[in-house]
Design a protein around this ligand. Structure first.
Ligand SMILES: NC(=O)c1ccc[n+]([C@@H]2O[C@H](COP(=O)([O-])OP(=O)(O)OC[C@H]3O[C@@H](n4cnc5c(N)ncnc54)[C@H](O)[C@@H]3O)[C@@H](O)[C@H]2O)c1
Length: 259
């Protein structure tokens, strides 16, 4: 998608993590609205596919829980884009295959994998990415939490490390918003409901989950689209949200008001 010169993200230089699902949709949105976008993801094929599909978008492949890679990705984005205005943390995973689950069944390895990929990666991108924002005393950060952090669904989504990692991302978001508001840096998060991406393939294929969503996401009664979340990310990243900080913006078709 070509960048739109007069779009609401015109002139914004964005480091975005996550090259699939919600991250890919956000890259397309932000690019379409005029941003310069640098993407980081640990899957080189997803980086290649996204950069191939979105002319002008560039990226780097590596594990953002690895401090050296996270620091290097921020540095490469800074050099490539000529500066940074926005950080968007979307990369993350469900730890089910590593042993996440209800706490009495979960493994310590599952816990560590979830914290590494969801929380530590978000922390490290914030840790290094906020430095240029502080220098210019201006910028926006958008993190990705989840409705499961505060509105559980024990019957279908009892992955407690995942919920804890997303709750910690919400807390990090609000604490950072408080600390950096006077520096001109806004920090917000989106909290998606169930969205149709690779990550939620198991849930999308389960008739019981789909029946559950008819009540839990009553706006459509179905999984959301990645672009539903991308729209909220783009809003929070843009100057249209210039008086908005410390917000956890739920994008869920009504998940937390449904019951
Ligand atoms: N899909 C949903 O229903 C849903 C709901 C709530 C929150 N979320 C959150 O949205 C975000 C995006 O998920 P998605 O649904 O687009 O899934 P996805 O699997 O399509 O994309 C996630 C991407 O993050 C990358 N990634 C994971 N850990 C990484 C790491 N340590 N370093 C670099 N890259 C890493 C993966 O390689 C993948 O490309 C995640 O944080 C997820 O927790 C998703």
């Amino acid at each position: 998608m070509a960048a739109e010169p007069g779009g609401r993200m015109a002139g914004k230089r964005v480091l975005l993590t996550g090259a699939s699902g919600i991250g890919a949709a956000a890259a397309a949105r932000l690019r379409g609205e005029g941003a310069e976008v640098f993407v980081a993801d640990k899957d080189p094929e997803r980086i290649a596919a996204l950069c191939g599909a979105l002319p002008g978008v560039v990226g780097a492949a590596g594990d953002l829980g690895d401090e050296d890679f996270a620091r290097a990705a921020v540095e490469e984005a800074l050099v490539t884009l000529g500066g940074l205005d926005v950080l968007v943390n979307v990369a993350g995973l469900s730890g089910r295959r590593f042993g996440d689950g209800p706490v009495h069944l979960a493994s310590a390895e599952g816990w560590d994998a979830v914290m590494w990929n969801n929380l530590r990666s978000t922390f490290l991108v914030c840790r290094y990415g906020i430095e240029p924002l502080l220098r210019q005393r201006r910028g926006a950060i958008v993190n990705t939490g989840s409705v499961l952090a505060y509105a559980p669904a024990a019957e279908h989504f009892a992955t407690h490390a995942y919920a804890a990692s997303k709750g910690a991302i919400h807390a990090l978001t609000r604490s950072m918003a408080a600390s950096y508001a006077a520096d001109g840096i806004r920090v917000n998060a989106v909290a998606p409901g169930l969205i149709a991406t690779r990550m939620s393939e198991r849930a999308q294929a389960d008739p019981e989950v789909l029946a559950y969503l008819r009540e839990r996401q009553p706006l459509t009664g179905a999984p959301g689209a990645p672009d539903d979340v991308a729209g909220a990310i783009s809003y929070l990243a843009s100057d249209e949200a210039s008086f908005v900080t410390g917000v956890i913006l739920e994008v869920s078709g009504g998940w937390s008001v449904a019951r």
